[in-house]
Design a protein around this ligand. Structure first.
Ligand SMILES: [Zn+2]
Length: 164
């Protein structure tokens, strides 16, 4: 099922943990709230990124049901668990370039974005980008004192440094 022109629910619910793939996809498709968040994520964030670069955006992780989030060692408050975040890579574009482009505001309307994280963990590099939702804006406000987009960097997936 397409969520936007170039993104499907299958891409946004896939996982390399093959034993949890069916469980994860079923959890998403059975939840109207998750489908809504994934649709907003695709339409408001991922599609504008796809359109800006004009090449496919690879999603390594989108929605993660509880079991999958535990299996990948995700944070218990992860936006992935709500269908609000995706980890992306784009062939031919470094994560530093993508991060800078997104920060500049020319790629995606930052009013729709919760967090952008440049992740360089154990040789792997990706961009985590999330949707600003009413649920999440309260968390962000409590954590960072702002419900505007926050830019972060991590080298271990556990400690996050604010990039200002
Ligand atoms: Zn992520």
């Amino acid at each position: 099922m397409n969520l936007s022109k170039n993104f499907t629910i299958e891409e946004l619910t896939k996982t390399s943990k093959t034993n949890l793939l069916a469980v994860n996809q079923e959890a998403a498709t059975n939840s109207p709230a998750i489908i809504q968040n994934l649709t907003d994520l695709a339409v408001k964030i991922l599609q504008p990124i796809r359109d800006f670069y004009g090449v496919p955006v690879t999603i390594s992780s989108g929605y993660r049901c509880k079991a999958l989030n535990v299996a990948v060692g995700g944070s218990t408050t992860s936006q992935h668990s709500y269908g609000e975040a995706a980890d992306i890579q784009i062939d031919g574009h470094s994560v530093d370039e993508i991060f800078a482009d997104i920060r500049s505001g020319k790629v995606v309307d930052l009013g729709n974005v919760g967090q952008v994280i440049i992740e360089k963990v154990g040789g792997a590099k990706w961009i985590h980008i999330s949707l600003m939702t009413p649920r999440y804006s309260a968390i962000q406000k409590a954590r960072y004192g702002t419900d505007d987009v926050v830019f972060l960097a991590t080298k271990d997936g556990k400690n996050y440094e604010r990039v200002v």
